[in-house]
Design a protein around this ligand. Sequence first.
Ligand code: HEC
Length: 213
Amino acid sequence: MLEIDKSLKSIAVGVIMLTVAACQVATEEAPQAWNPLDDFEVLDPASIFATPEPSPENSTYSTEQLSRGRYLVGLLGCGSCHTDGALVGDPDPGRLLAGSSTGIAYTNPLQDSNPGVVYPANLTPDLETGLGSWTMERLITMIRVGTTEHSASSLPVMPWPAYASITREDALSIAAYLKSLPPVRHAVPANVNRGQPAPAPYVHFGVYQSRPR
Ligand code: HEC
């Protein structure tokens, strides 16, 4: 159980748990004794408000638009998910916004031994592994309504509903800023459907309420 001071923090950021390799549990021998939390480690994610320098020479947008985009990406903490290591509290400052090899479970791993997992994408404009081939329109739509090429419906986990009321100009500034970044080549693992084993570790954000005793 968490102490009081820790539990307040956990409610603010969600309880983060990283899966460890051995997920097999002896449910047959001792079903009562199984504590699913034994398979997880509690970690604190890092909030990333730092943003890489844009390269205005890579952009047809004004330096004001790029600065505005940079300011918004920092303020909205996009790097907290989209940076390697950030979700497990050990961000790689050289790979800001270049995607995360640690995924996020979108179904509860305490109930599903193989939850669905998404890996935050590489947001730098690398052609093969990032947003290099995305049009501005597609990026703006993704930020405001949460759709991408892999999915016509809204994505799980990516907090697009929180950004849905952003103005078009602000979404455009974010898109222009991301497209002006130095490209970083980094392929994140493919997303995993519920029921399939995840190829790479993942965290889970959850709020858990104590049962009355
Ligand atoms: C809580 C974590 C989280 C935060 C914060 C977050 N994202 Fe994401 N984002 C994700 C995940 C996870 C995916 C992959 C979802 C999927 O593939 O289903 C994603 C996908 C995307 C994609 C689609 C990329 C692709 O290749 O499909 C874009 C663009 C994107 N995010 C931009 C942003 C921007 C811009 C911000 C900040 C304004 C942001 N994200 C903040 C988790 C996050």
